[in-house]
Design a protein around this ligand. Sequence first.
Ligand code: FAD
Length: 383
Amino acid sequence: MNLELSEEQAAARQLAEDFVDREITPHAAAWDRAERVDRGIVKKLGEVGFLGLTVPEEYGGSGGDHLTYALVTEELGRGDSAVRGIVSVSLGLVAKTVAAWGSEEQKRRWLPPLTSGEAVGCFGLTEPGTGSDAGNLTTRAVRDGDSYVVNGSKMFITNGTWADVVLLFARTGGAPGHKGVSAFLVPTDTPGLERREIHGKLGLRGQATAELVLQDVRVPADALLAPEGKGFSVAMSALAKGRMSVAAGCVGIARAALDAAVGHATEREQFGRTIAHHQLVQELLTDIAVDVDAARLLTWRVADLIDRGEPFATEASKAKLFASEAAVRAANNALQVFGGYGYIDEYPVGKLLRDARVMTLYEGTSQIQKLVIGRALTGVSAF
Ligand code: FAD
C-alpha cells in the first residue's frame, strides 16, 4: 500500500481542511447548543463536491477514489461529527448505494439532486424492535398491482426530518429472516409517511434524527432498488463502505482532540510551568497521538482495498471497531488534559466525547463488529 498521496488527493484534503476551518468549526458549538446544524451547509458541501465523492461525474458526482473520500471525511469529522454524519448518510449510505445498485432511471432521478445538496437522503434500516438483528425487521411491503403498500416504523434515522428520500428496507416475501427483505427509494413526501424528530441525544445534537412511521404508504414498483429479496445485500454492502466513513470521521474526532489537548497543555500552567512539562500529561497526549495514527492507517487500508476492487468488509469492521473506540478514548484523554475546563461547553472536548460515543453504537455496535471479525477468523457465525 502506497502511503503517499497523489496531487489530487492532497489537493482534496487541503480543500476540505480550508472548508472545515471556514464553514464548520466556527459554528460547531453553536449548532450543537441549538440542536440544529444550519441547513445551508448542505448546499455548500454540494457546491464544493463533497456530496458527490466517488459518484460518477455523468450523474452529477465529483468522482474521486475512496482514499479521497476518507481524507475529506476525516476533515469533516475534525470539524463537526454532526455535519460529517449528514454526508456519510446522504452520500455514503444513500447516493453511493443508488450508484451501485440503481437502475439507469433511478440514478438519473436521484443522484444529481443528492450530490448537489439540493436533496438529502436518509437510510431506513433500524426499527424500534430490531437494531443489531436488522435482518429480522418487520416493516412490510405488500405488492398490490403495480405498486407496494408499506406499513411499519423505523427508528433513529439520521437526516430523518430533513430528507427528501429514504432508502427504506421492508419485508416483501414470505421468506424468513434477511432473505425476505427488499430495498425501496421512497420520497419522504409520500402520503402516509410521518416523521417524528427524536430530541435529547447525548451527542450529534445538530443532526435531525427521526422516527419514521409508515401507514399504508403506496410506493410504485419501480421504486424497488435491486431485485425483490436482495434488500439485505443492499443494506450490508452500503454499511460495509459506510463503516469506512465512520472510521474516517472518528480519526477526525481523535485529531481534533489531539489539537485541542496539545494546545491546552502548552498554555495552561500548574506547579510553575506549563502542564506539557508533566510526564503524565505527555502520556495522555501520546496515547491520543498513537490512536490517531493507528485508526487512520486502518481506515486508509480499507480505502485502498475498495479502490483496488479487493474484498474489504472484514477490514472495514476492524477499522470501524478500532477507530470508534479510539475516538472515545482520545476525546476522554483530551478532556482529562483540560481538567475542569473540559467539563464545560465553552471548550470543545466535551462535545467531542459526546459525539464520539455513538460511533461505537451505530452502523453495527462494537460487539457486532467483533462478531463479523470473529466469523471471518473462525468460519463460525456467533451472532
Ligand atoms: P441492540 O441491537 O438492542 O443492542 C443492544 C446491546 O446488545 C448492544 O450493546 C449490542 O452490541 C448488544 N448485542 C446485540 N446483539 C448481540 C449479539 N448477537 N452478541 C453480542 N451483543 C449483542 N439506523 C438506521 O437504520 N439508519 C440511521 O441513519 C441510523 N442513525 C442512527 C443515529 C443515531 C444517533 C443512533 C443512536 C442510531 C442510529 N441508527 C440508525 C441505529 C443504529 O444503527 C442502532 O442503534 C444500532 O444498530 C444498535 O441497535 P439497537 O440500538 O437496537 O441496539
